[in-house]
Design a protein around this ligand. Structure first.
Ligand code: ADP
Length: 676
């Protein structure tokens, strides 16, 4: 066998054949099934020459051993820390991880000579120290040997991993959009703005109530006539801004009303001419009808509230009106706290009667603090009393003389807690109080003038006694001196003067008695009334005899009193009983005693009853007034002072007296003396 010398020159197909050409040149082919380069068939050299000089990534599997070759353009596909350098190696070993996919392809091409083409085919691939999904667009075409027999497979390929992953991403995005569109139950449409042709999803048509649509006009026809203007306006705007959005009503064939919401984007050409509109439509009937119902509910509720508010205002105005009618001042107060301490009250409601004290109106007082309007109330018991009622809940009432803040009034106040407020109400009794004060003053004045008068009466009676006595004496003297010269008429005149001076004398005596009993003695003492009456009867003995009177006396008590006055009391009553007897009928007098209870007090009741002329019951009080007489002097002499002395004496004993009588039927005098 002829030995072939190793080439000393670089074969032409490896000239300027890049890094991979270098690799081929340096490779120890003696160890390879292909043998040294200079023995390679022409077909291989030609194929390699084309491949190594091409800028397009190429790979060659040659011979049954599928020996690997590739060019510089292919080299980057193998990256680092991977298969490179794979030149001269067995293809099945180099591409072991994808062999199940490419093995059959290579075999097919080798057998049939039919090239194959794959676009963006993903293949798991080892490079850069790890496996990765690499996208390829490639063709496998037969590479012929020198004997017109397929002896290899030429792979022209381009890695499209970037495009592939982008596409995958787009697919994912598309999938997500589809899911979102489905989840949101959106209908999609694609409207060609040049031809008005519309491509829409089934759901899009369904939302418009159409089974399928023919044209854009079909959709537009379903829109409620009143809402067409909304759609028109939205499109106008979309041509300017690029985005379309509107809500409108559509009427389905069954006449039912539905709400739709359309959203989309307009795509323009380079010159800004609108080309197409991509968009989605959503059925928003449920939320629209819900919000319509909600709106209606809110409106109804607002109206209800407004009515309630109006009735409340009306009720308030009624209340204000009613409490304004009350002449009694009223306030409803709410507490004012500062740092947890109750420091004042605030007016919530007042009435006109109250506001008048501050020269204002209830409206102007509302919300003000009481202390602002009447600062003086902190100095009175009122503030503390209202605080106490607020804290204890117990109703309180008190009297107050409020002479602060320019007022001078007497009030009967009351405070009642109501919820968290206090109702304060008062009665202004200033007028009554002033009357009372006036009365007390007048009474004192009266007492003073009475005392003066009594003093004067006493002094006057005393002074009168002497001149009367003198008149009496000198008249008697004159009468006896002139006795011989006096005519019958003169004597009659003299006795008239005597009688008159006597009457005047007894009047002055009575007046002196009256003034005496007005001046109370200091000490009371036990007085046996039996003894006192006996003394009286002794004094009146002559009179009783002259009138043939009978006196019946029960056992009488011992009372505590003024001895002389009690004697005078019975003297006056018994002498009246004798004096006012019926003419021709002997007087009968009955004096009795008993114990009675009146107004929770015990009294000795002494009754003096007679069978005399009596008097009309209407005068039973009047007869006790000084100088009042029911019978004239010609029939019954008297001064009208006796019973007023009796009354005074009874009052001096803290007792009382009354009389019962009827004309012609006698009289009874009831004397009540307290049991001490
Ligand atoms: P006087 O007897 O001096 O008139 P009194 O004050 O004692 O004055 O009595 C007042 C009047 O009451 C009498 O004038 C008389 O009209 C009437 N009166 C008093 N006591 C009796 C009596 N026992 N019966 C009827 N009338 C009486």
């Amino acid at each position: 066998m002829e030995s072939i010398a190793p080439p000393t020159v670089v074969p032409p197909f490896l000239h300027n054949s890049g890094d991979m050409g270098e690799h081929i040149l340096k490779y120890n082919w003696a160890q390879n099934s292909l043998g040294p380069i200079h023995r390679w068939p022409q077909s291989l050299c030609t194929t390699l020459g084309i491949m190594l000089h091409s800028a397009f990534p190429m790979f060659l599997f040659w011979s049954n051993e599928l020996v690997c070759f590739y060019n510089d353009a292919f080299r980057p596909c193998l990256a680092t820390d991977g298969k490179h350098p794979a030149i001269g190696k067995n293809g099945k070993e180099v591409w072991s991880e994808v062999w199940p996919f490419i093995g059959p392809l290579i075999e097919g091409v080798m057998k049939t000579g039919t090239p194959v083409w794959f676009e963006n085919q993903v293949l798991p691939f080892y490079r850069n120290g790890g496996m990765g999904d690499i996208y390829w667009t490639f063709s496998y075409s037969p590479a012929y040997g020198d004997e017109v027999k397929i002896n290899g497979v030429l792979v022209t390929c381009v890695e499209t991993t970037k495009i592939g992953t982008e596409r995958k991403k787009i697919e994912e995005i598309e999938e997500r959009s589809r899911l979102a569109i489905n989840a949101a139950e959106l209908g999609t449409f694609d409207l060609n703005l040049l031809t008005n042709e519309v491509v829409a999803s089934e759901r899009f048509a369904a939302i418009f109530g159409l089974a399928h649509s023919i044209s854009q006009a079909d959709y537009v026809n379903t829109i409620h006539p009143d809402d067409l203007v909304i759609r028109e306006k939205a499109y106008q705007q979309a041509y300017n801004t690029g985005s379309l959005e509107y809500e409108a009503r559509v009427i389905w064939n069954d006449k039912s009303l539905h709400w739709i919401k359309v959203k989309g984007n307009i795509y323009f050409d380079d010159k800004g001419k609108p080309l197409k509109l991509l968009g989605v439509v959503q059925d928003i009937s449920a939320e629209k009808f819900f919000s319509e119902r909600l709106e209606k509910k809110v409106k109804e509720r607002t109206e209800e509230l407004e009515t309630a508010h109006q009735s409340l205002l009306q009720a308030n105005s009624y209340l204000q009106h009613i409490i304004n009618l009350s002449p009694e001042p009223m306030q409803v107060l709410e507490p004012v706290f500062e740092n947890g301490e109750l420091i004042d009250f605030r007016y919530k409601i007042t009435n006109n009667a109250y506001a008048a004290y501050a020269n204002t109106t209830p409206e102007k007082l509302r919300g003000k603090k009481v202390g602002e309007v009447f600062p003086g109330y902190f100095q009175t018991s009122s503030f503390l009393n209202i605080v106490r009622t607020y804290q204890s809940g117990i109703t309180d009432s008190w009297e107050i003389h409020y002479n602060l803040d320019g007022l001078d009034i007497y009030n009967q106040m009351s405070a009642t807690k109501f919820n968290d407020d206090v109702i304060v109400h008062f009665t202004d009794f200033t007028r009554l109080k002033n009357l009372e004060l006036n009365l007390v003053e007048k009474l004192a004045e009266l007492e003073r003038s009475n005392a003066n008068l009594e003093e004067f009466a006493h002094a006057a009676s005393h002074d009168l006694k002497e001149p009367i006595r003198k008149i009496h004496i000198f008249t008697s003297k004159l009468k006896s001196q002139l006795h011989a010269q006096l005519t019958e008429t003169d004597l009659e005149n003299f006795s008239k003067i005597e009688r008159a001076s006597q009457r005047m004398g007894s009047l002055v005596d009575d007046l002196l008695d009256y003034s005496h009993v007005s001046q109370q003695p200091h000490q009371m003492e036990p007085v046996n009334l039996n003894e006192k009456i006996n003394r009286v009867l002794e004094d009146l003995e002559l009179d009783i005899q002259q009138r043939s009177g009978t006196i019946h006396i029960d056992n009488l008590p011992v009372v505590t009193g003024f001895r002389r006055q009690l004697q005078q009391l019975f003297q006056n009553l018994i002498s009246n009983a004798l004096k006012y007897s019926k003419s021709g009928i002997p007087p009968q007098i009955h004096i009795s005693a008993s114990l009675v209870n009146e107004d929770g007090k015990q009294y000795h009741l002494i009754k003096v009853a007679d069978n005399g002329i009596g008097f009309d019951a209407i005068y039973s009080e009047k007869i006790f007034q000084i100088f009042s007489r029911l019978h004239n002097n010609s029939e019954y002499s008297g001064s009208g002072i006796g019973l007023s002395i009796v009354k005074k004496i009874v009052e001096n004993h803290q007792g009382r007296i009354r009389a019962e009588s009827e004309e012609g039927k006698g009289s009874t005098f009831f004397v009540y003396l307290p049991v001490k």
